[in-house]
Design a protein around this ligand. Structure first.
Ligand code: S3P
Length: 174
């Protein structure tokens, strides 16, 4: 079996639902952000601060290349992984792409802590500290990329296990 790739905005639950989906399917689970942090011994916000976003995107792309070539793996991506068309092509070639979604209120509540998500923090700073507006504007930009998924699940009202069951039901059809 090929891979299952979770894409979606920050706070949609890619990691928690991905882990649960891997359990449902009996697949391995990998979180690309965590792989980068472990490999480079640095938290992502620190990496952004020290080396900038382009450096992080470079490392992210390396991880995509490696993991897209594996099998039977649920891959949880970062919210911006799909900004790179080559990443999308690689992930699509070897897996089913599932987009997790949630409404803006839910996303705002799940990403309210500053200092953890440099892209959101930076956009909010540009907008006078308005995190809701920052989420809206990033979502607007990224919507077409998230729409490239094969299947979507709204995680707003569901537990990770419920989302995982939906994902597993979808994948088992193939
Ligand atoms: C990012 C999302 C983060 C992480 C990095 C950049 C983004 O992952 O990859 O901070 O550009 O949306 P999560 O979606 O897991 O928060």
């Amino acid at each position: 079996m090929k891979n299952v790739v979770l894409i979606g905005f920050m706070g949609t639950g890619k990691s928690s639902c991905g882990r649960a989906a891997a359990q449902q399917l009996g697949y391995r689970f990998v979180d690309l952000d965590k792989e980068i942090e472990d490999r480079y011994g640095m938290a992502i916000p620190e990496m952004f601060k020290k080396y900038g976003e382009a450096y992080f995107r470079d490392k992210e792309k390396e991880m995509v290349r490696y993991w897209a070539a594996q099998k039977n793996t649920v891959i949880s991506t970062g919210g911006g992984t799909v900004k790179d068309a080559e990443n999308v092509a690689l992930l699509k070639a070897t897996g089913k792409i599932i987009c997790l979604t949630a409404d803006v209120d839910t996303l705002l509540a799940r990403t309210d802590k500053q200092g953890r998500r440099p892209v959101l923090d930076a956009r909010a700073a540009e907008l006078g500290g308005d995190r809701r507006q920052a989420i809206r504007s990033l979502l607007d930009e990224r919507q077409p990329m998230y729409e490239q998924a094969d299947y979507a699940v709204d995680t707003g009202e569901l537990s990770p296990l419920q989302v995982a069951i939906k994902i597993a039901e979808y994948i088992k059809k193939f």
